[in-house]
Design a protein around this ligand. Structure first.
Ligand code: 6PG
Length: 270
């Protein structure tokens, strides 16, 4: 597993870069094995990328008929609820692009969480042609791109510090409980995410600078920082972050005009 860090100047550039990566990853996957399975994330940072992707030049660059949409997590609310990750993706992206409705695999947040997780796992197993056993890190049997955000507490998807979900190694989707409302969630588990061909974290804003430093530069403590458990075994891990979020990373030059830091070495903003 390798991962790389790209520092963008700000939230707009981050959204643009993420949309561009989606376009390129989709084209590569469709050329290579006939389809592109993408797991969308909730949160405001991914939303900005979806909105950029839903603009005229970008839309025409994706062969939407061969795209399948799944989710990394969902809140246990109806699909038209303002807190729904499905609704956010629908409003920001899906209603604007010609992805077939049969290719949109919503997590049923409006039913009992245990039943919803089981139903979503069955959907994923059928989509990825893996009726039983662990996820396989092979083309057409794994998610091609998982988009993830990073919470200020180190959570990602709905893998939270307080939930046991971070240790789940058998089930592909489980009920989870967030520390913020809406608390009841459904989340993909670490093995499914780590079987992906690519995981792309999108992190923006000064409020994420501390947690990003802990996740990327600090000791590995997955119980405290669930995002550290994300390490694709046979795939690419990419971090797209903006300069405010990167401000405390080792080796990332401070943005022009900011206070000098003790950072040593590493990648520099493009
Ligand atoms: C959710 C997301 C969650 C989100 C992070 C970051 O359902 O809310 O899955 O993991 O990505 O909390 O959110 P922001 O990008 O809005 O900070």
């Amino acid at each position: 597993m390798s991962h790389d860090l790209t520092v963008l100047s700000g939230a707009t550039a981050l959204a643009e870069a993420a949309a561009e990566r989606f376009v390129v990853a989709a084209g590569d996957a469709i050329r290579a094995h006939g389809r592109f399975v993408v797991a969308l994330s909730g949160g405001s940072t991914p939303r900005a990328a979806f909105e950029r992707l839903a603009t005229a030049p970008m839309i025409a660059r994706v062969d939407w008929a061969h795209v399948h949409v799944v989710w990394g997590d969902e809140r246990c609310v109806p699909p038209d609820d303002a807190a729904s990750n499905y609704r956010m993706a629908h409003d920001a992206l899906l209603r604007h692009v010609p992805v077939p409705a049969t290719n949109v695999h919503r997590i049923p947040g409006d039913v009992d969480p245990a039943a919803a997780a089981a139903a979503y796992e069955a959907t994923l197993r059928e989509l990825l042609a893996t009726p039983s056993g662990p996820p396989r890190a092979t083309p057409n049997r794994r998610i091609d791109l998982v988009l993830l955000g990073l919470g200020a507490d180190g959570h990602t998807a709905s893998l939270f510090l307080s939930s046991a979900g971070i240790d789940e190694r058998v089930r592909w989707a489980i009920p989870s409980r967030a520390d913020v409302v809406p608390q009841r969630r459904i989340t993909l588990t670490v093995p499914v995410i780590n079987a992906a061909a690519e995981v792309l974290f999108l992190v923006s804003g000064t409020a994420k600078a501390d947690v990003l430093r802990r996740v990327l530069d600090g000791p590995r403590r997955t119980a405290e920082l669930p995002a550290q458990a994300i390490a694709p075994a046979n795939g690419q891990l990419r971090w797209y972050v903006d300069a405010p979020a990167a401000a405390k990373l080792a080796g990332v030059p401070a943005p022009p005009g900011s206070a000098p830091s003790d950072r040593a070495h590493g990648s520099s903003p493009p």
